[in-house]
Design a protein around this ligand. Structure first.
Ligand code: GCU
Length: 436
């Protein structure tokens, strides 16, 4: 009831704003945070808004209302207040196979390097590494992998050229944000691609920096390429880098659904940390993605924005001002004003399986808060008659909860390891069926 009062007030504010901003599309007429009623009077400050209550106070009654009204509304809210509006699919996709090796990994796989180019406005291609298992009876289910590294670092393969674009500092072989030969194969143990192939899955890996370099002042990425005509700066509603990386995953899916070597009904997306944030955004906005695995994604992804452990909204917006849109900064020091929390992002994936995966020592990503986020998405999964998650507490380490909303935590630190991949593959086997 009190929730309804708050959201009715929000709805009135929306209508008012629509009247004063006639040039804005309907999807952009949400109010500024200053005009929100104070939510602290209405609910405990850590509890998230109910994903099943519309902005105008109506309660979602059934699946049809969720799909027709609330789900689109939530997608607009997340874009408006947090991730920024993502451009639609570019009209053209040109896929060029640059190199192919049919006897990869000692003959167990086929590798293709494929450049994905989207018309003339997006200046740089996504360099996709697609590795598919050989000798299988059916097209392979596939993991779309959003990576911190370019393909030449994810496999030991002397034929892949050293990339020339902006690279993350810190990894061996990266000098002045550019890759050198010494970085080749440096992330093989992160991606564990051979193991995935041997379990019957394909891997489609791309570097997030091909889409958008992770640097606040970069103008090399898709956000600048697609700036609406006549505009010289990004504005408060424009998308941040997390949305751009998610957009990249969707473009990879555009390609994969047309490639007969993979099973277009069994496409999973995986990303670690900031790329895990991108993975869950991609899953929430694209129903072609059948399974979603954000690893240690934390604040701005899988952890509650209202959380009190680990990274806060203020901190992430300060350290990484380019990850979200300018509007999101309105919630610094007052995340309880957000008209959603991350459980609603999980809910957008319903009824598809989602696995939250964590590490015990990674309190920055708030593993326990993430578990609560999953629990708070349950109601929407129930609309589909899907169990969501029935576990009521974080499981012991190394014990996979493999329900539709799954959870896994291992000992150790913030990183992607073979143990994580073992859990991802078990989770995929459970929901996709073991590949044949
Ligand atoms: C930082 C940041 C996190 C992020 C992580 C990563 O720690 O605060 O939000 O997930 O980097 O991407 O590795």
């Amino acid at each position: 009831m009190r929730e309804s009062v708050l959201i009715c007030a929000l709805a009135v504010a929306c209508a008012t704003l629509a009247a004063v901003l006639p040039g804005r599309a309907a999807s952009q007429t949400f109010p500024a945070v200053e005009s929100f009623p104070d939510p602290r009077d209405l609910r405990p400050s850590n509890s998230p808004p109910d994903p099943l209550v519309m902005l105008d106070g109506r309660r979602v009654q059934d699946r049809a209302m969720w799909e027709k009204e609330r789900r689109p509304e939530l997608k607009r809210l997340f874009q408006h207040y947090m991730y920024g509006y993502m451009p639609s699919r570019p009209p053209k996709l040109n896929a060029r196979v640059v190199r192919e090796d049919r006897s990869y990994f000692g003959g167990r796989a086929t590798k293709r390097e494929i450049d994905l180019q989207f018309g003339s406005s997006v200046t740089r291609p996504i360099h996709l590494l697609l590795v598919t298992p050989n000798g299988r009876a059916h097209p392979a289910p596939v993991f779309v992998c959003i990576a911190f590294c370019a393909p030449f670092a994810a496999v030991n393969d002397p034929t892949i050229p050293v990339p020339t674009g902006w690279m993350y500092p810190g990894a061996p072989g990266i000098v002045n944000n550019r890759a050198t030969e010494a970085a080749r194969g440096g992330q093989v143990d992160v991606w564990n691609i051979e193991q995935t192939i041997d379990r019957g899955y394909a891997v489609a890996l791309y570097y997030n920096g091909d889409v958008e370099p992770d640097a606040p002042s970069s103008r090399e990425g898709v956000r600048w390429n697609l700036l609406r005509r006549g505009r010289k700066e990004l504005d408060s509603l424009d998308w941040g880098a997390v949305a751009a990386w998610a957009w990249g995953a969707q473009r990879v899916v555009d390609y994969l659904v047309k490639d007969p070597s993979v099973d277009r009904k069994r496409i999973a997306v995986v990303g670690h940390s900031r790329n895990g944030k991108a993975a869950i955004v991609a899953g929430a906005f694209d129903e072609r993605i059948a399974l979603v695995i954000p690893l240690q994604a934390g604040c701005g992804g899988t952890a509650p924005s209202r959380g009190t452990v680990g990274e806060s909204v203020t901190r992430i917006n300060t350290s990484f001002p380019h990850w979200f849109n300018a509007n999101f900064k309105q919630f610094n020091d007052r995340p309880e004003f957000l008209p959603f929390d991350q459980n609603a992002l999980v809910a957008l994936c319903a009824p598809r399986p989602v696995l939250f995966s964590n590490a015990e020592e990674d309190s920055w990503a708030n593993p326990t808060g993430q578990f609560k986020v999953l629990r708070a998405a349950n109601a929407v999964y129930r609309l589909y008659g899907s169990g969501g998650i029935s576990a009521t507490s974080v499981p012991p380490v190394n014990t996979l909860i493999d329900s539709q909303l799954g959870y896994f935590i291992r000992p150790g630190k913030h990183s992607m390891t073979k143990v994580d991949w073992d859990a991802f593959l078990d989770f995929a086997d459970r929901h996709f069926g073991k590949p044949k």
